[in-house]
Design a protein around this ligand. Structure first.
Ligand code: AMP
Length: 174
């Protein structure tokens, strides 16, 4: 089986979690399998192409799992974008709505220098609200986003449309 098909087959659909009508994509079967996890990290790292990456930025919380491992692979730094109230120093913030709820995300003001090349990673692109907020934070820091990359894209929700003309990549698409 092609490796993306093997990855896709491992994603577990959980109907009505965390609320009715949502089909939650459970990635823990990928995380728990050494080979599948390594494949997912390699494929996400490849979305940077040949551009040297200064920092991989991960979105709270499942984005951290992938972004930190990709950063190690690319010999880049890792930067967390966190839900409001978790970062200890001066922050920029952006609010957003997601498929199930509303939230504010923050980044440390000194996390990225102007012009640094960034790979932005989250586990899943749904409506695009979360990623759009992350993109706006990186815009405030004048970062250069090389790719906004996801393990999973729910393409029927058209989240890409909210990410402007940035390069967007997803490994698995539904
Ligand atoms: P959105 O802002 O609508 O693109 O939602 C993306 C964020 O919410 C990601 O960080 C995902 O972890 C989470 N998320 C949204 N929908 C789902 C889903 N159906 N299954 C798993 N995670 C989801």
């Amino acid at each position: 089986m092609p490796e993306v098909d093997t990855l896709q087959a491992a994603v577990r659909d959980i109907p009505d979690f965390p609320k009715p009508g949502i089909i939650f994509k459970d990635i823990t079967p990928i995380l728990g399998d050494g080979e599948l996890f390594q494949t997912s990290i390699r494929l996400l790292a490849e979305t940077a192409g040949s551009t040297p990456i200064d920092k991989v930025v991960g979105i709270d919380a499942r984005g951290f799992i992938f972004a930190a491992a990709v950063a190690d692979r690319l010999k880049a730094g890792f930067v967390p974008i966190r839900k409001k109230g978790k970062l200890p120093w001066k922050t920029h913030e952006a609010s957003y709505t997601l498929e199930y709820g509303e939230a504010v995300v923050e980044i440390h003001q000194d996390a990225v220098k102007p012009g640094e090349k960034i790979l932005l990673i989250d586990d899943l692109l749904a409506t695009g609200g979360t990623a759009a907020a992350a993109v706006s934070l990186l815009g405030q820091l004048k970062a250069e986003i090389v790719s906004v990359s996801f393990l999973i894209e729910l393409s029927f929700l058209e989240g890409r449309a909210r990410l402007g003309d940035h390069s967007i990549a997803s490994i698995l698409s539904y």
